[in-house]
Write a protein that binds this ligand. Sequence first.
Ligand code: HEC
Length: 193
Amino acid sequence: MQKTARTLTVAAIASLTLAGVIASTAYGQMTKKIFAEGVVSEEGSITLPKNFRTDYTMLGAWSVAGDVDTGGEVGLHVVYAPRSAVDGYRKDGSFPDGTVLVKELFKGKTESLTTGEATSAAATAGYFVMVKDTQGRFPDNKNWGDGWGWSFFAADNTTQATTKDYKAECLACHEPARFSDLVYDYAYPVLRN
Ligand code: HEC
């Protein structure tokens, strides 16, 4: 009698624990942010960091000449990272695990000012995000590999990345920067000592 009761108790605890594990795993997959300033979930989906314009450090900016013949506007790309990533890079020349890089694409507004033809940042067109992963955390997720997580967010839907496969959508264009960990770091003055 006593033995049966004990067995039942053990079984009950075991199944409760199992139920708990299943429940917390399912919950975690939906909501738990585990890594990189809370922008990466347990299964590796990346979200656009909130308030990066004010909370991150600006690394630098690119102006991208539009095709004048077709009336193309100049675009501006502005790149940001957390201050801790800048400090890490300045120490040993590489971005620490968990570094988040955000590149915001702006449409340019070009006008004649007292300085000449000057372009300022107008509407946002989208956001590119890279997340440094030195441990290969998500081997089965197609938006992770080559030491980074990769995602693009259109300006009109910042909650859901459109990227499905970084090898097809990102990597080829970043190969020229392979020698500097796939990042065009020479353009970011704050990283220089
Ligand atoms: C058409 C080529 C091209 C594609 C496609 C591309 N990138 Fe880039 N990316 C660049 C270039 C070139 C730069 C730096 C110059 C610039 O922004 O004009 C850059 C810069 C960046 C930066 C700023 C850090 C750095 O490397 O200097 C991030 C973040 C970034 N890209 C993320 C992504 C992600 C994520 C994807 C895929 C979803 C992607 N890029 C796809 C060419 C590309």
